[in-house]
Design a protein around this ligand. Structure first.
Ligand SMILES: C[S@@+](CC[C@H](N)C(=O)[O-])C[C@H]1O[C@@H](n2cnc3c(N)ncnc32)[C@H](O)[C@@H]1O
Length: 276
């Protein structure tokens, strides 16, 4: 039952006390009231129950401590769809959408029965986004984290592509078998000890860190990928802002086809191709 009128002024006071912006406060309230930010934006007051107000105060306090909105609401938009995300998964990032764009550019609207491998799946945002565009494709989702794979399963069901999915808990390729048209991976690439911004610190360490130089995941993936790709198969790999030189020094029989920059002009996605 709605029992209290919360004025916008009071909302802003509560937000300011926790050092939370007006936009974030409205986003959190919109989620609680099951409405949208834009609907709340022009309102001067909101009808809320005691429970909703308690929930809002808790959300504002968490946001004030730096927790990202996505972690508080357990969801984040990626390539036009909403993905569940938890403390066990990396929140999908906009720069990772570049992999989807490049893949779609290459394969256009093929009806082929593509076999895909999403390596280090996290929320499954890469493979699941592709399955929405390629109804005849199948994707195998691999992660070392069982809890991350549970999130992929929830997202696969919610997006209606469950039938096209399989799941393997594996340390990179260790328990994977088969031959794929494309492997897609945004592996951990942060150097141990790197000073993370406050929001990234809420992502799980296993999703972020890759040895003293941030390259240890690539050093495993690049040499092994050719054995899991069909002839001419493609590997799409996201890289960190300063890793473009180092990535070309890792031994692999794959040929580097393309390095694509993200919207900030940073080399972000490498595309490699297997031999014929
Ligand atoms: C940077 S996150 C990317 C998640 C998701 N693909 C995305 O783009 O948002 C890296 C993922 O790799 C997984 N991972 C880390 N080490 C791994 C390993 N040795 N084998 C398999 N997956 C691993 C992590 O659990 C995490 O989900």
């Amino acid at each position: 039952m709605k029992t209290e009128i919360l004025s916008k002024a009071k909302l802003l006071t509560l937000a300011t006390q926790e050092a939370v912006s007006q936009k974030d406060a409205l986003l959190l309230l919109a989620f609680i009231l099951k409405t949208t930010y834009s609907r709340l934006f022009f309102k001067k007051e909101f009808l809320v129950s005691d429970l909703e107000l308690t929930c809002l105060k808790s959300f504002l306090s968490r946001r004030g401590k730096g927790e990202p909105i996505a972690k508080i609401l357990q969801r984040r938009e990626f390539y036009g769809a909403m993905f569940k995300t938890t403390r066990d998964t990396l929140d999908p990032r906009p720069e990772t959408e570049l992999i989807i764009d490049l893949f779609r550019e290459h394969y256009l609207a093929t009806q082929a029965e593509l076999q895909l491998l999403d390596l280090g799946a996290g929320t499954g945002c890469i493979g699941l986004s592709l399955l929405r565009y390629y109804p005849n494709a199948r994707c195998c989702f691999v992660d070392i984290s069982e809890k991350a794979l549970d999130v992929v399963k929830d997202n696969a069901e919610a997006l209606g592509v469950w039938e096209q999915c399989s799941f393997i808990k594996s340390d990179w390729f260790e328990d994977v078998s088969g031959s794929f048209d494309a492997i897609l991976s945004n592996p951990p690439y942060v150097a141990l000890g790197y000073n993370l911004d406050v929001e990234t610190a809420f992502d799980p360490p296993v999703a972020l860190f890759a040895g003293s130089d941030g390259m240890s995941a690539y050093a495993r993936i690049l040499p092994q990928a050719p054995s899991f790709l069909k002839p001419d198969g493609l590997l799409y790999l996201e890289i960190g802002f300063d890793q473009v030189q180092k990535i070309t020094q890792i031994r692999t029989s794959l040929q580097l086809l393309k390095i694509e920059k993200d919207l900030a002009g940073i080399p972000r996605t490498c595309v490699f191709q297997n031999a014929k």
